[in-house]
Design a protein around this ligand. Structure first.
Ligand code: ARG
Length: 580
């Protein structure tokens, strides 16, 4: 049965199951074990924290309960030392032979030994810029975090639908159309929009200065919504040009968004009247002097009234939320998604909580369809204010990514002046983009983070260049070896080997945790730990100077380290290099 358990459970799940059985046997029926990876070496490898709460419920002394639990705990073949610490923590030290087998299994498996969960059909919605403007840094976090999350979920075998819910509908298109026609550019849209940002700015100036222009703009909005072929044709071109701009950015960033993942707000337009009538039928809609509103008791206004979410304005116009409701309805009925993940700025939190509540109540999203807002904070400049150009303008993403390449190129040229030019350029690109992505992913997404070129491009500390370099260092070992045996057994003898082996065996629990809660910084932290433990191991346990089975085993640990780093970085959307 040991064999069977190993195949179907992660270490965390295994310890959890055994610990809960022990809690039951000790009289704490149904108490959660609360197993975590230990934060410090002296706390063992895994830690159970559930005893304290269980003892409180039973009105028992927690250390006494802990002793009973440990006496009943069966971790034969898994742990070789179990200790009680503090008020009743249980620290678990894994058995070296058990670890060695896990590591060997990981080495032979294309998923590095990760226990794959039951596959789901799920969607990661990310990037989702408003079109008609160039992409700016405000879109970076969603694009990077969403892509990494999609990669993690795909790695775990889920059927992942990527969605780019672009803002391609709304009043700004009336303004742009008016400006296009006024400047005589209707036959030359691509050309006129080659600098999208300037075009938009100029149109806005006209809109603000001329009443007549503003009226024409409004008229185009109405015509667009009515489906006037001339206006529709121009609008289509705006959208295509903007999407092409965005695609350039996605390609530069190496994110997996393609044209076919775009399904913009406009795609839901035709369904909006149905959303309204469905809400009406579900008796959720109130008519407030011609405005159609859903009142939500669980959201309160400052005056402690039920909050109203507007579904349709008096003039018949629909809102951002109406489109989002329609999208959920579509995603359930047409796509049959079981989990939908929205990677969107934290400032839209309330919007999503209200959206989800309405969709549940209206039956657009059944209870077993998970809806999650993966929120993130704002990207700040060194001055602690939202990131801007020196002159205070919005930073275009295209410029930011070019700067990443340039800065990395300078670094690479200093480090390695002899490299041929094209190689330097390639390394610079991989390092520069990796640095930008990793700087974002390695911070807890829920807080704001400070964008700083020097720290993200440093070869020391928790950065992409450090990890990429660590990977090439491990690989360099293999360039000096001509007798690597991919089937050799792993022997865990020294403390530095044990620490590395434990960390390597935790890959699956880390990845599964990320897939659940979307905290990619846990994976970053983990990879950084692997790189650090590898250097300690490398110093304490000579590889090439050792012999026989020990040498073969150490090479295996190095091989698993390299694969773990490479796979982990790949999940983050970051490339590695064989040499740098
Ligand atoms: N286009 C929106 C913006 O730029 C983000 C869309 C987020 N996704 C959604 N389903 N509402 O703010």
């Amino acid at each position: 049965s040991e064999q069977k358990i190993r195949m179907f459970m992660t270490i965390l799940q295994l310890i959890n199951d055994r610990m809960e059985a022990a809690l039951n046997a000790a009289g704490a029926q149904g108490a959660p074990a609360i197993i975590q990876l230990s934060s410090k070496l002296e706390f063992g490898d895994y830690q159970a924290n559930g005893v304290m709460a269980a003892a409180k419920n039973l009105r028992m002394n927690p250390r006494e309960l802990a002793q009973k639990v440990v006496a009943a705990l069966d971790l034969k073949g898994v742990a070789n030392k179990i200790e009680i610490a503090g008020p009743g923590f249980i620290n678990i030290h894994l058995d070296s032979a058990f670890l060695a087998r896990r590591n060997e299994t990981a080495l032979k498996d294309e998923h590095l030994g990760v226990t794959l969960p039951p596959p789901l059909k799920l969607m990661v919605e990310y990037s989702s810029p408003n079109l008609a403007k160039e992409m700016h840094v405000g879109h970076l976090r969603s694009t990077i975090i969403g892509d990494a999350l999609a990669r993690v979920l795909e790695f775990l075998g889920h059927d992942v639908v990527r969605a780019n819910h672009v803002g391609d509908w709304g009043t700004q298109f009336g303004m742009l159309t008016a400006y296009l026609l006024e400047t005589g550019n209707a036959n030359n849209v691509a050309m006129a929009l080659s600098d999208l940002e300037t075009f938009y700015r100029n149109a806005k100036v006209r809109f603000d200065e001329s009443e007549d222009f503003a009226n024409r703009s409004r008229d185009y909005v109405v015509r667009l919504q009515r489906g006037d072929p001339e206006v529709l044709a121009l609008w289509r071109q705006f959208v295509e040009v903007s999407i092409a701009h965005a695609q350039d950015i996605y390609d530069k960033l190496g994110v997996g968004l393609k044209r076919e993942h775009v399904r913009g707000e406009s795609a839901y337009n035709a369904d909006l009247p149905m959303v309204v009538s469905d809400l009406q039928d579900a008796a959720l809609l109130s008519d407030n002097d011609g405005t159609k509103v859903v009142y939500l008791e669980e959201f309160r206004t400052q005056e402690n009234q039920a909050m109203g979410v507007i579904i349709q304005k008096k003039d018949g116009g629909y809102l951002y939320t109406t489109t989002d409701i329609s999208a959920i309805r579509y995603r359930h009925r047409m796509l049959g998604l079981q989990r939908v993940i929205y990677v969107v700025d934290a400032r839209q939190s309330q919007h999503f909580q209200q959206l989800f509540t309405i969709c549940r109540r209206a039956g657009f999203a059944p209870a077993d369809m998970a809806l999650e807002h993966i929120a993130f904070g704002t990207m700040m400049g060194d001055d602690g204010k939202p990131f801007k150009t020196r002159s205070g303008g919005v930073v275009k993403l295209a410029d930011l990514l070019d700067e990443a390449d340039e800065r990395a190129y300078t670094l690479v040229s200093q480090k390695n002046p002899e490299l041929p030019e094209d190689k330097k350029r390639h390394i610079a690109h991989v390092v520069g983009i990796g640095a930008v992505k990793y700087a974002d992913l390695s911070k807890s997404r829920t807080s704001d983070y400070i964008f700083n070129w020097e720290s993200m491009l440093s070869f020391e500390g928790n950065t992409a260049p450090y990890l990429q370099y660590a990977y090439t260092r491990v690989q360099s070992v293999f360039r000096k070896v001509d007798d690597y045996d991919a089937d050799a057994s792993i022997l865990i003898l020294e403390p530095a080997e044990k620490q590395l082996a434990v960390a390597l065996a935790q890959f699956e629990d880390v990845v599964l945790g990320v897939a659940e809660a979307g905290y990619l910084h846990h994976l970053c932290q983990y990879l950084y730990q692997i790189a650090t433990l590898f250097s300690r191991f490398y110093e304490a346990c000579p590889i090439l100077k050792s012999e026989g089975a020990v040498r073969a085993s150490r090479l295996q640990l190095a091989a698993l380290t390299a694969r773990t780093l490479k796979t982990g970085l790949d999940l983050l959307g970051i490339e590695v290099l064989e040499e740098m």
